[in-house]
Design a protein around this ligand. Structure first.
Ligand SMILES: Nc1ncnc2c1ncn2[C@@H]1O[C@H](COP(=O)(O)OP(=O)(O)OP(=O)(O)O)[C@@H](O)[C@H]1O
Length: 260
């Protein structure tokens, strides 16, 4: 049974159809990647699923419930969380405080309870702190808990971003280029982390340019080109698909023409 279902999603900007009639599904514990040449519509698709853009047509279902165009904070409460290509870390806060901030994004308690330092609010603050430590252990950053986030290496920052998303207890996690800018060792650490998250039952939807990583960790791949889904299947099926090969070769030619 799928946890996330995307049905016939599409959007246009002016006259340009950035995404057209894209459908696919993700099951709990599955890693599904969206790939395609530059400008294929991957980020736009992510933005529609995560409530950043309102789709022109189509629907998104989470556990069978229509969540199309719902605000990102509401989606987070329902179990769909995303990370962004550009890091959303507070550089001057500690690593631990960054994760604590992630917990507060879904908090519903009255703010005056915190301000008055009620025993219930103090108890909750302790629980949040412990939960944040647990998540830092999960992404192997517990030793850096009290460091300023700005001092972390790029790969560690990417893992911190994932820990922050985990604070919202997602059932579906959308990762936008989690390995962008990382070296080979950092990419492998992120690989391993994503695999662990999926093994714990979280459904992972990934946009990533690092093809080796995508081929290594994906159960299923959706290929976009010029806004259309041109193929989907296992890494082996997709890498042998003539339409996919042609799309990537075509995009290299387009780049070559544009360059020279
Ligand atoms: N807000 C916007 N306004 C107008 N056009 C947009 C907007 N966002 C994206 N586009 C256009 O929609 C198309 C798809 O862009 P998108 O960024 O989704 O592609 P992508 O596959 O994520 O590309 P990349 O791999 O380069 O990140 C492109 O032609 C892009 O110029």
């Amino acid at each position: 049974m799928s946890i996330l279902e995307v049905k016939g999603l599409g959007i246009s900007f002016g006259g340009l159809r950035a995404v057209n009639d894209v459908s696919f599904a993700v099951k709990p514990g599955e890693i599904v990647s969206v790939i395609g040449p530059n400008g294929a519509g991957k980020t736009t698709l992510f933005n529609m699923i995560s409530g950043v853009y309102m789709p022109g047509v189509g629907q998104v279902f989470l556990e069978g419930q229509d969540i199309t165009a719902r605000a990102p904070y509401l989606l987070a409460r329902q179990g769909l969380t995303r990370t962004f290509q550009n890091l959303q870390i507070f550089q001057e806060m500690t690593v631990l405080e960054n994760v604590i901030a992630g917990f507060h994004l879904t908090e519903r308690g009255p703010i005056w309870a915190d301000l008055l330092s009620w025993p219930s609010a103090r108890k909750r603050a302790g629980e949040v702190r412990n939960g944040a430590y647990e998540l830092l252990t999960r992404v192997r950053l517990e030793k850096a808990a009290e460091e300023e986030a700005g001092n972390l290496s790029y790969g560690a920052l990417k893992r911190l971003e994932i820990a922050r998303a985990l604070a919202m207890s997602p059932k579906v996690l959308l990762l936008d280029e989690p390995a962008a800018g990382c070296n080979a060792v950092e990419t492998e650490e992120i690989d391993a982390l994503i695999a662990e998250l999926a093994a714990s039952g979280i459904a992972i939807l990934l946009v990533e340019h690092d093809m080796k990583m995508v081929m290594r960790i994906s159960n299923h791949i959706v290929v976009l080109d010029h806004g259309e889904k041109i193929a989907e299947g296992t890494p082996t099926e997709v890498s042998r698909n003539p339409d996919v090969i042609a799309a990537y070769l075509g995009s290299e030619e387009e780049t070559a023409h544009a360059d020279g």
